[in-house]
Design a protein around this ligand. Structure first.
Ligand code: PLP
Length: 396
């Protein structure tokens, strides 16, 4: 099988697997215990915090461990929103194509707590500008939350410039960097980031563990009350094997980022070149400002779900929209946000690569996908109408 669904989740790397299992076997203490077995656990926990802080260029005490990207997004957004409300600031700026962990949290704040959420329009390449953010910021803006890179179409946003705008206007800036961490260089100082979410399983670490970076001085609210873990901001005995595995994975990913991203880019570009030859198709997302491992296309006249099932039969694991929306019949909110109409958005394909993909696999993909698209079109009544000139083609 060829696995090209790494934006949904990645396989564990050997280094991360070893770190997890060594820890599970040998470090079973509770870091809150005062005896030596507990203190051993506290030590590995601190080392993991240090490693992650180094990768992001922040202080270890600015790192909070969570159960994943979703929890980190929730905690960051709710904290900044509630801190703002205390000062009478209830305006939040975000974008229309964020992950649901962000969008649904914002929806809830709007519905239940009276916040005003302004979602910036995304252009047809899946980008927004820092100027759009600058124009949207008001006296009562308490938070700007914009993703580092989009999980469906791979566009990479101008985070440093957006951070600069927020810094100059004194507005807290959060970024969901789940797709970027371990894949693109991140420096929370240079990038002017106040809060950042990442998730272990998107860079070959374990599932169910993530990080929220919170700049010193920003008030964090806890979602889970209980013990004093994570400096009182996230109760519950720490997931030590998960945290240690995530730190090992992030350190490895940051160490080999240059090489891996070059290899991924070459494979990505070969696949984009190959699939662009399919008539009436279109690349989604910016051609240049793009995650090294993301390929996203819309094909006119087919259903994404049928394409995925047939590709699976041919040994290719891919996805249409995001893993979270697939299974529902609604077209992806991301594709709608960049202006794809429903009919076109339904025929989408996302191939997301990792360091384990090869050029040989790319060749198989660009041989197989066009055949499957052609086969599915041959059964489509809609396609027949277009061929016969009864309906217009939408894509070139
Ligand atoms: C996967 C993902 C998340 C959710 O992370 P989990 O660890 O699965 O909760 C959030 N945002 C983006 C952009 C993602 O790709």
């Amino acid at each position: 099988m060829i696995y090209t669904d790494n934006a949904a989740t990645t396989p564990l790397s050997a280094a991360a697997a070893k770190a997890v299992s060594d820890c599970m076997m040998n470090v079973y203490g509770n870091p809150s215990s005062l005896h030596s077995i507990g203190q051993k656990a506290a030590e590995v926990l601190f080392e993991a915090r240090q490693t992650i802080a180094q990768c992001l260029n922040c202080q270890p005490r600015e790192i909070y461990f969570t159960s994943g990207g979703s929890e980190a997004d929730n905690q960051a957004i709710r904290s900044a929103a509630h801190a703002g409300k205390k000062k009478g600031k209830t305006h939040i700026i975000s974008t229309a194509f964020e992950h649901h962990a962000v969008l649904h949290t914002l929806e809830r704040l709007q519905k239940d707590e009276g916040f005003e959420v302004q979602l910036l329009d995304v252009d047809e390449n899946g980008l927004i500008t820092a100027q759009q953010v600058a124009d949207a910021i008001r006296e009562d803006t308490c938070l700007v939350t914009v993703m580092f890179a989009n999980n469906e179409i791979g566009s990479v946003l101008p985070i440093r410039e957006i951070g600069e705008v927020c810094r100059a206007k004194g507005v807290t800036f959060h970024t969901d960097a789940v797709q970027a961490a371990g894949h693109l260089p991140i420096d929370v100082q240079k990038d002017n980031i106040d809060m950042l979410s990442l998730s272990g399983h998107k860079f070959h670490g374990p599932k169910g563990v993530g990080v929220l970076f919170v700049r010193k001085g920003i008030v964090l609210e806890n979602l889970i009350d209980g013990g004093a873990q994570e400096r009182g901001k996230r109760a519950g005995t720490e997931n030590i094997p998960g945290i240690v595995g995530m730190a090992a994975a992030l350190e490895e990913a940051c160490g080999e980022m240059q090489e891996v991203s070059e290899q991924e880019r070459a494979i990505r570009d070969r696949i984009i070149e190959g699939l662009s030859k399919i008539p009436h198709s279109m690349l989604n997302g910016d051609r240049e400002k793009r995650l090294p491992g993301n390929v996203s296309f819309c094909f006119e006249g087919i259903e994404g779900e049928s394409l995925l099932l047939m590709l699976d039969e041919k040994g290719i694991c891919a996805s249409s929209g995001s893993a979270c929306t697939s299974g529902s019949l609604d077209p992806s909110h991301v594709l709608l946000a960049i202006g794809r109409i429903h009919e076109i958005a339904h025929g989408s394909l996302r191939l997301s690569l990792s360091k384990y993909n090869t050029m040989e696999q790319a060749e198989y993909i660009i041989e197989t996908v066009p055949q499957v698209v052609e086969y599915l079109r041959s059964f489509s009544p809609l396609w027949k109408d277009k061929i016969n000139g009864k309906k217009e083609f939408i894509l070139k």
